[in-house]
Design a protein around this ligand. Sequence first.
Ligand SMILES: Cc1cc2nc3c(=O)[nH]c(=O)nc-3n(C[C@H](O)[C@H](O)[C@H](O)COP(=O)(O)OP(=O)(O)OC[C@H]3O[C@@H](n4cnc5c(N)ncnc54)[C@H](O)[C@@H]3O)c2cc1C
Length: 440
Amino acid sequence: MNSRESTSPDVIVIGGGPAGSTVSTLLAQGGRRVRLFERERFPRFHIGESLIPETYWVLERLNMLPKMRASHFVQKHSVQFVNSMGKLSAPFYFWDNKPHECSQTWQVVRSEFDQMMLDNAREHGVDVHEATRVIDVLMEDGRAVGVRVKREDGTTEEVRASVVVDASGQNGLLMNRLRLRVWDPVLNKGAIWTYWEGAYRDTGRDEGATIVIQTADKRGWFWYIPLHNNIVSVGVVAPFDYLFKNRGSYPDTYAEEVERCPSVKERVSSARRVTGHFATKDYSYRSKQVAGDGWVLVGDAFGFLDPLYSSGVLLALKSGQLAAEAILDGLERGDTSAAQLGRWGESFNEGVDRMRRLVCEYYDGFSFGAFMKTYPDLRGTVTDLLIGDLFNTRVDKVWPPLETMYEPGKAAIPSWRAGTDADLATDKHNELVLPDGRRP
Ligand SMILES: Cc1cc2nc3c(=O)[nH]c(=O)nc-3n(C[C@H](O)[C@H](O)[C@H](O)COP(=O)(O)OP(=O)(O)OC[C@H]3O[C@@H](n4cnc5c(N)ncnc54)[C@H](O)[C@@H]3O)c2cc1C
């Protein structure tokens, strides 16, 4: 045991994904002793490859930008939408809206990006333990006081700290234990994806664009994300029942969906599939509470939003940053109450709600092409939403014009709060299925 391990940490972080790496790096920068437990050994597979520009500001604080610039990740300058008729709308170029280097972002292979983020946390002094699973959060008088961990060799240990941050992703350790998960009332999707070598790639500043391609029957959409080494990630997202009930195997269903979507079919027609098929249930959810006394949730352990606009990593980074600020301030003042640790939760959720509304509008028939034709002056505001500039009211001016384009009788979109508690929805849980059938 080294000297750093023998002293109790100030903060324990559960999980070494983008949210866990972010919160722990910023806490270490603030002079706090941080111990992070990650159940896997990195690099490990993860989905979520397309970043959006607002990640820039958090990556800058983490000192990650030089590493990102030196990486081989594909540069992304825009997002493009292809409608169900196969028509490409004018791309949303981030630079045209905000001429600043933050407008160039990246398409990342997550096993590599997450490894870089975790290594960066180590470089900032975070005490990282891989292959160490947190099996319980220790509670005393309703306050989190530490965790129990299990190592690869089967040994267990209790570690105590002033604050426990749950960044365990969709596993949602504390959310499950405290029954805090609320399923989104409308975003009940599933996804199947694979990786292609030699698929169609645009050129110039369009080479790294994310393309969102609506399926012909408008039931779902494909993501088309160009990665390095001439690989493209191509996945289909559609209502869970449609994609997984009374259908064949994942490869068969995927092939059927590609067949029904000419814009994808032609882009992969001369490509070679280089992996098997991955699948996941993709139900959106949110925790009823962001924090309790001595604990706080970040990233997917706090909430997960449908991946239509690639917002997941941004929300992981942003919540990690906001939680770190609240913890540093709280430790300084000796206040690790729920109110202090979760002070950022409400305004954060307001930002997520803006993205969620745009997601729901798309599934309800919103057309970027038609909207931009009717309201060209709002292109900048729509782009603000797409880059993840979600945490201000300025972007709300887009909603009234958008409502003028509703079909007659279209009902308003129900809010998160109208969702279903996890314990009332026993049919729901999100889980990844790898090509070999494993569920990690
Ligand atoms: C189909 C799909 C497509 C997506 N596409 C995009 C996209 O294009 N762009 C984007 O930004 N986002 C995307 N996302 C979302 C993105 O994957 C997540 O939002 C993001 O990974 C959240 O980061 P996180 O750090 O909160 O969680 P994770 O990245 O899941 O990290 C959690 C970590 O905690 C560890 N862990 C779990 N339990 C324990 C435990 N008990 N003890 C110790 N460690 C534990 C896990 O091993 C994991 O490494 C997509 C998601 C899906 C499902």
